[in-house]
Ligand binder design. Structure first.
Ligand code: SF4
Length: 473
């Protein structure tokens, strides 16, 4: 569980690497996962094998952060020049060790390693079908359903990549996949492109990663994004591509919340800098919802770039009002209800000198349940702010997400059945404004997006049942 209060969580980060010269890849995968840690902090894992030797997979996975699960000794014991890594936050499937990824499947054609970011909306159906034909599942995650389908298709097809394409025709929902067959590294993105996936290169090694920040960390160069619906295959002959499942550009549906909050600001996603998107969101807020004030501040970290954009556009000085305690981790003990300490105060403190006697514009990226915004507004007022104007760099959440983030059920969302004025009263600010839905498309540089949690209209028919399924309740 991230320390971030009242924010949705991403499901996972994926990373794969194939060194054609035969060098071990485990330590680079470790650093790649470390850069993707913000995408999932519950469990992580690395699987590697040697394309020159007998197909033996070394796998290590466990509960916890990347630097808790791995150390110098166990990384050194992972031998192989092709591998897959994963870090996970569960939105489907319990938070238990057996659900950690990568998954490694041994079958008649060899071994398959798989890491998945996203959420299938027909996983229950597919799992039931497989179970009736004798499949025995070792996990409760939908990623195992994908692995099974690829393995089954592989028996009927000539190549591993064709097996992935065939499996993609059956699975529905959001996925960025990194798969390794004995001598190939395969990357795939669902046809809507909900989740990001990019290709990098370092010397004679190829990389697939959820975000470009992971390429920077290991000093790899960015080659390109995997396109929505594309399957890329990396083997000794370089990169090949299958685009038979790609949709028209206007039918694609990137998760716009990647730009607003999930992705790191130093990443680029389908040609657009996440930092630039957040600056733009702040500028739009200043244009559409201006206010007289003395200082603009961001709620760290994700509100900071939008606050900078608001300041640039409005001419109101940008400042720092919040100091975050950098040492709050997953093991943070929540204060008891009746104790004088509050979770928010332990994590965040206000710089009184910055806000005392000032009219403050406070920029945050989202309000989900509204459980912390009132406290943060009150902290600014307690520190002497004469007015607090809240600006949110996304539209109000009014509906759940089925595609791999944990935006909760409608009933839990503060904006469900409430007006903006109702919400303003709940959080106690002097004014409140959100980014307008019409501005969202500009955050992705004009590329087609999913905005289902802000509109209730999804790019594909949402499931009618609880997609966690019986096995997971
Ligand atoms: S519903 Fe919202 S969080 Fe989910 S994929 Fe669409 S934009 Fe992203």
């Amino acid at each position: 569980m991230s320390w971030e209060p009242d924010k949705p969580h991403e499901e996972c980060g994926v990373f794969g690497m194939y060194d054609l010269d035969g060098n071990d890849v485990a330590s680079s995968i470790y650093y790649g996962l470390f850069a993707l840690q913000h995408r999932g902090q519950e469990s992580c894992g690395i699987a590697v094998s040697d394309t020159f030797g007998p197909r033996k997979v070394d796998l290590l996975k466990g509960m916890g952060l990347v630097n808790e699960v791995f150390n110098q000794e166990n990384i050194a014991s992972l031998k192989g020049n092709i591998g897959v890594g994963h870090c996970r936050y569960s939105t489907a499937g319990e938070s238990i060790p057996s659900n950690a990824q990568p998954l490694v499947i041994n079958y008649v054609k060899g071994t398959l390693m798989l890491a998945h970011n996203g959420n299938l909306i027909n996983a229950n159906e597919l799992r039931e079908e497989l179970a009736y034909t004798g499949a025995i599942f070792q996990t409760t995650i939908d990623s195992e359903v994908i692995a099974y389908h690829i393995a089954r298709e592989r028996i009927k097809t000539k190549t591993a990549e064709q097996a992935v394409v065939n499996a993609m025709k059956k699975i529905k929902g959001a996925y960025a996949l990194v798969v390794s067959s004995p001598r190939k590294l395969i990357g795939a993105r669902d046809p809507y492109g909900f989740k990001p996936l990019c290709i990098g290169k370092r010397d004679n090694a190829y990389i697939l990663a959820s975000e470009t920040c992971a390429l920077d960390t290991i000093d790899a160069e960015f080659v390109r994004d995997v396109e929505p619906g594309e399957v890329v295959v990396i083997d000794k002959d370089g990169i090949k591509s299958d685009r038979s499942l790609c949709l028209k550009p206007e039918e694609q549906a990137r998760c716009v919340f990647e730009y607003i909050y999930f992705a790191r600001p130093d990443s680029n996603f389908d040609g657009t800098s996440v930092y630039h998107s957040r600056i733009m969101a702040g500028k739009f807020l200043a244009m559409d919802s201006p206010v007289d004030a003395d200082i603009v501040v961001g709620v760290p970290e994700s509100g900071n770039a939008a606050a900078m954009g608001y300041a640039m556009q409005s001419g109101i000085p940008y400042g720092t009002a919040f100091i975050k305690n950098a040492y709050v981790g997953r093991t943070f003990i929540k204060p008891q209800q009746k104790s004088r300490e509050s979770s928010v105060r332990v994590k965040l403190n206000v710089l009184k000198e910055a806000v005392n006697g000032k009219r403050v514009v406070m920029i945050d990226d989202s309000i989900v349940r509204g459980t912390t915004s009132d406290r943060i507004v009150q902290m600014l007022k307690d520190a002497g702010a004469t007015e607090v104007h809240v600006r949110i760099s996304s539209p109000p959440f009014i509906s759940e997400c089925y595609f791999g983030t944990d935006v909760p059920n409608k009933e839990q969302l503060i904006a469900h059945n409430r007006t903006i004025e109702d919400i303003r009263q709940v959080i106690g600010s002097d004014s409140l404004a959100y980014l307008s839905i019409d501005r969202l498309i500009e955050l992705s540089g004009g590329k087609s997006i999913c905005k289902g949690c802000f509109t209730g209209e999804y790019p594909m028919e949402p499931p009618t049942e609880d997609i966690r399924g019986e096995y997971d309740k």
